[in-house]
Write a protein that binds this ligand. Structure first.
Ligand code: C5P
Length: 401
């Protein structure tokens, strides 16, 4: 692993740990990286732009409204002309700004504009790190795909207080940057994947529809994870209210038939993960106009017809992906029903979960799944849906290594 030829935009924010950034610049350059420094106003109270610029052998960017800088490079180019954005040290304040999308200085504006991976080395007082507000911001940023290194435990430079909050050591930060930029972390590079997510809405008339409680959280997390592992991902999503995952092509659909068409149009692919809670039935003939309620009349009957089974169509398709994964939302006999589905739908794995109301899985953030494979089953412990996505990503990648 090396950083040879990598361009790193190093954002230094205000904190006593900023003195370590000087060493960090040396370490990054020793490994062949070029370092373009950007300092917040706070950072300049701790180390001088002169020292930072001398060690980086580059201009130090400090001002959002500098006419000269904007003319020369501009904050958008600054945000993009790099392979990695590294923030060391990152203050609680800068993390809060990032988590909320604020852009009131050069650092926060660049962070909002960047499309590059972002690695954060937080440094702050242990109480600030442990504060619920920082905990929330940390979780939000992690969910946005931002990576962290540290903080470490130990004694604080200024107060002598002990606890988590000390910036990771420069060599540790260098290792995390190397790991993040290492192409071997992209085991699915060159592979294509189709992921379905969310519910489907099956119209009754122009204003009413049949739906289910799926939030799309699990499917979206899987799509984002496969993209992070290097796959080119098409996410076919039913109506959801959550954000699109990073680096993924999203095709939005409403009905099961539209979802089927979008999935089949995305073939061929190497991987298919069908997570969507597709409605089993649709109304046979949806009314063209809103069905009126008329006094004295009995309620209209809903005549249902079966929807196409998308997973089954993909599992038995002439362009069947090398790996086909289905989900099975069950409220009883999870393992038995899952195994039967594996066969019937032509899948390589069924990820079976119990969606009984007491589990809170539907719409919630956590999931307890059983992985049903052709040869054996595996029970995974209760995990955050993102953790399920990461582990499933590793399992999928193991089939391509
Ligand atoms: O048969 P069941 O709905 O329980 O199967 C669940 C699995 O099949 C999920 O992976 C789901 O995305 C997929 N499915 C589908 N099309 C349907 C029904 C389910 O792709 N019409």
């Amino acid at each position: 692993m090396t950083l040879q030829g990598k361009r790193i935009l190093l954002i230094i924010s205000g904190g006593i740990a900023a003195y370590k950034s000087l060493d960090l610049i040396r370490r990054l350059r020793e490994r062949g990286a070029s370092v373009r420094p950007l300092m917040t106003a706070g950072a300049q109270a701790f180390v001088t732009p002169l020292a930072v610029g001398a060690l980086a052998a580059d201009k130090v960017f400090t001002d959002l409204f500098s006419r000269e800088d904007e003319h020369d490079v501009g904050h958008i180019r600054l945000a993009r002309d790099c392979d990695l954005v590294l923030i060391a040290p990152a203050t609680a304040d800068l993390m809060a700004k990032m988590a909320h999308g604020l852009a009131d200085d050069l650092a926060s504006t660049v962070l909002l504009a960047t499309i590059r991976p972002v690695l954060v080395a937080p440094a702050m007082n242990p109480r600030m790190w442990a504060h619920p507000a920082t905990r929330r911001n940390h979780a939000t940023l992690a969910a946005d795909g931002i990576r962290f290194v540290g903080p470490a435990s130990g004694e604080m430079a200024e107060s002598g207080e002990k606890g988590e909050g000390r910036m990771a050591e420069p060599l540790e930060i260098v290792a995390a940057a190397e790991a993040l930029l290492d192409d071997s972390l992209k085991p699915l590079a060159g592979k294509t994947a189709i992921v379905t997510s969310g519910p489907t809405h099956e119209p009754i008339d122009p204003v009413r529809y049949i739906a289910n409680r799926s939030s799309g959280k699990q499917g979206h997390a899987i799509a984002g994870e496969l993209a992070r592992l290097g796959a080119e991902v098409t996410l076919v999503s039913g109506p959801v209210t959550i954000a699109d995952p990073k680096g993924v092509r999203v095709v939005r659909v409403e009905r099961a038939e539209e979802m089927r068409d979008a999935v089949l149009a995305a073939l061929p692919a190497d991987i298919a993960v069908m997570v969507a809670a597709v409605a089993d039935w649709r109304v046979e003939t949806a009314a063209g106009n809103k069905i009126k309620k008329r006094p004295g009349e009995t309620p209209p009957p809903l005549v249902l017809t079966e929807n196409p089974d998308i997973l089954k169509a993909v599992g038995h398709h002439s362009l069947r992906p090398k790996l086909v994964v289905g989900f099975a939302a069950e409220t009883q006999d999870v393992a038995e029903n899952g195994r039967a589905k594996l066969e019937r739908k032509g899948a390589d794995y069924i990820v079976a979960n119990d969606v009984s109301p007491h589990t809170g899985v539907m719409g919630g953030d956590r999931n307890t799944v059983k992985i049903i494979g052709k040869a054996s089953d595996e029970d995974w412990p209760d995990m955050d849906k993102r953790a399920v996505a990461e582990r499933l990503g590793r399992l999928i990648a193991s089939h391509f290594s």
